[in-house]
Design a protein around this ligand. Sequence first.
Ligand SMILES: Cc1ncc(COP(=O)(O)O)c(C=O)c1O
Length: 363
Amino acid sequence: MPDLQKYTRYLERIWETQWLTNGGEFHEQFEERLRLYLGVEHLNLLVNGTIALLVALQALRINGGEVITTPFTFPATPHVLYWNNIRPVFCDIEKDTMTIDPVQIEKHITPDTKAILAVHVYGNPCDVEAIDSIAQKHGLYVIYDAAHAFGVKVHGRSLLEYGDISALSFHATKLFSSIEGGALVSHSHKQKERIRFLRNFGIANEEHVIGPGINGKMNEFQACFGLLHLDVVDKEIEKRHQLTDLYRKKLANLDGIRCLKDILHVKHNYAYLPILIDQDAYGIGRDRVYAILKECNIMTRKYFHPLCSNYPCYAALPSSIHSNLPVAHRISNEVLCLPLYGELAPSTVEDVCKIIQEIPNTL
Ligand SMILES: Cc1ncc(COP(=O)(O)O)c(C=O)c1O
């Protein structure tokens, strides 16, 4: 949480001006400071990451046909397609980064394909170069769900610069938060202006509504929270980096447990700590590890399980068939996200790792 006294001072200012939403002073400050922090040219704030994704599709005028996406993601990713009357086409993922596998994308392209909606899962960059060349070859848009990728850089450049539009989430559970919140990063002034209208019902001025927009505006309370969180996010990333190193060191050489590795030339944000549990090598499977840790009052997350392709609303799609998604199924059954937050004590990380080390000996 940001400093409460500072937040209170911002609240006093809101009470003074009585400006609560619709592009207030804190909104404008936050939009600009965030843009500079992330090192991008064109950024619009939105009320949350889901509306940001919805608006991204509308900004690109994609509201029908098919979009190729990943089943290994949060429900919002395929749901925004559904809400835009688009059929999700699920593509398998790559086993090391858990992002969409570019080698598998082309086989899903049909005359109805409009775009690729890829997710930088856990902040791991998708293979942006390969996705870009497939999109160029077939004339497709690329949208990145960058909900996990706050501050991630590749070769010193913001990951958000890739694709046509990237969508961020600042939900309370994210590394960086404005309570609820989100943003879109686009690549032209024209696109930024279009998004600005779309997030405000399409209202251009008192006399003109230029298109069918939505209410996607961030309010002043969220903007203040985000502004203050920007002051502390670097420290949070640094603490999570140290805790990640500790987890990786303690869990190294443990049969059947795999941690992710840092990728060369990537500045990671250490937002999550996923491990993969290979039941044959470790002795027991992910679900039992989850239950044992829970009994010890250690709350982990099966993130992402179930796969989106298994939700009843998508299970009947041809691309949801198990044989199309073997890697996603395996990873979804093996993955477990361990506790990770700046205030987590290193000694607690050691305790968690000790339990994981000892489980096979108790079988
Ligand atoms: C990958 C992914 N996409 C989209 C979202 C939706 O963002 P929000 O909760 O801000 O609407 C989330 C998380 O909440 C997410 O993890």
